[in-house]
Design a protein around this ligand. Structure first.
Ligand SMILES: C[S@@+](CC[C@H](N)C(=O)[O-])C[C@H]1O[C@@H](n2cnc3c(N)ncnc32)[C@H](O)[C@@H]1O
Length: 378
């Protein structure tokens, strides 16, 4: 008897993610047992059995969703898409009592309206249900039980059933800060920075604490999906049980964060608590970033995202040069041996800090093009 996965049970999936994190998501999928991984801009295509796909929903920190490929075939026009969708046994996949929403993404698609394609797919799903049971699911555009995603090119149509439901970055612990970073982007950045449990982590502009909470969960062995309800729990055609959370040994790690805004620091504390972390897992302080000190002797990683002009609208260009000059001086004087990572939309940040970056990575925070700069503090 072989332990190799049964090829008959291997199915195709797509895991969308923030642009720039594709290699991180591919690794996370591989770690859960996925194979045949293909990175495309904005996500990873892969093959896996159902159990592995469920585990990716629970364990992936950087994927936004996991989509199960229900069908794929040649279709270019609205009518061809309708026919492709009508032939599928939707009624065996989810209950007529579930609400649905259909969305369509076009890649060189030649149709006039992607919304109209979505509408035709919704018609096909409802027509299929009516044929079988004389009833149809209703549409809920806000909080649907079942999300159907269509990807249409100039030749083919692929229909996906979303396994995740709510986006995976909605971990369930957040009270939003002013410009919080999406949790999956924060986690991906930690991995891009090469942070691993055990390495001290400090965020001198921690806001609602996203970097620190994601990292502290990793060190504590809490999976990102621990509080997340998944759409696959409503599916009828596959095992709908939640994957078992494996017990992991916590790795002792120094976590500290500060922010100039005391209310945000209070929010960060609440968030850490909601995320299932011990009260003393992360040390939070109210402080100006120019006055910070290292939280421990052993050097580690400083990771931060300063305010974005586009996001919080403070007069960035006028004050920023002075601010970052002083901040960099504090870093150089007090944080010798640490590695500083800054996520920013400001392409002039390095000259404001008068530091030479060792590395820069291009990332997207939603539509905002960002750089992750690495500075070695010697
Ligand atoms: C883009 S937000 C960081 C968001 C954070 N990563 C999160 O997940 O919520 C920038 C943060 O910098 C803080 N900030 C602005 N000026 C500061 C200063 N001089 N010292 C410390 N923090 C400052 C703001 O209060 C804000 O929380």
């Amino acid at each position: 008897v072989s332990d190799a996965p049964n090829p008959a049970l291997i199915e195709r999936f797509f895991a969308p993610c923030p642009r720039g994190l594709e290699p991180i998501v591919a690794q996370e999928c591989a770690d859960c047992g996925a194979s045949d991984l293909k990175e495309i801009p904005g996500g990873v295509l892969f093959a896996a059995d159902w159990a592995a796909a469920k585990r990716i929903n629970l364990e992936s920190r950087s994927a936004s969703r996991v989509l199960w490929q229900a069908a794929s075939g040649p279709a270019r026009t609205e009518q061809q898409v309708y026919e492709l969708a009508l032939a599928l046994p939707w009624d065996t996949w989810f209950s007529v009592n579930n609400t649905i929403r259909v969305a369509t993404t076009g890649l060189n698609a030649t149709v006039r309206s992607l919304d109209f394609v979505s509408l035709r797919i919704k018609d096909a799903v409802c027509d299929r249900f009516r044929e079988v049971m004389d009833a149809r699911p209703s549409v809920n555009t806000q909080r649907p039980d079942i999300r159907i995603q269509c990807v249409l090119t100039d030749r083919d149509c692929t229909l996906y059933l979303d396994m995740s439901g709510e986006a995976l970055f909605k971990r369930g612990w957040r009270e939003a800060g002013e410009a919080p970073l999406r949790e999956n982007l924060a986690a991906g950045i930690l991995k891009l920075a090469g942070w691993t449990p055990g390495t001290p982590l400090f965020d001198p502009m921690c806001g609602s604490g996203t970097f620190l909470i994601e990292a502290a969960q990793m060190a504590a062995g809490v999976p990102p999906g621990a509080l997340h309800g998944f759409a696959f729990e409503k599916f009828l055609h596959r095992d709908a049980s939640r994957p078992v959370i494996e017990k992991r040994e916590p790795v002792p790690t120094v976590f500290a964060g500060s922010d100039i805004d005391g209310e945000l620091v209070a929010t960060a504390r609440t968030n850490a608590w909601n995320a299932g972390l011990a009260e003393d897992a992360i040390r939070f302080d109210v402080k100006d970033a120019r006055d910070v000190e290292p939280p421990c002797e052993a050097p580690g990683i400083v990771l931060m995202n300063p305010p974005y002009e586009e996001r919080i609208g403070f007069s960035y260009t006028r004050d920023a040069t002075e601010f970052f000059d002083a901040f960099a001086a504090t870093m150089k004087r007090r944080f010798k041996g640490w590695t500083l990572y800054v996520l920013t939309t400001d392409m002039q940040l390095q000259s404001k800090m008068r530091l030479k970056p060792e590395r820069r990575v291009v990332l997207f925070n939603g539509p905002l093009e960002c750089r992750l700069y690495r500075f070695d503090l010697r």
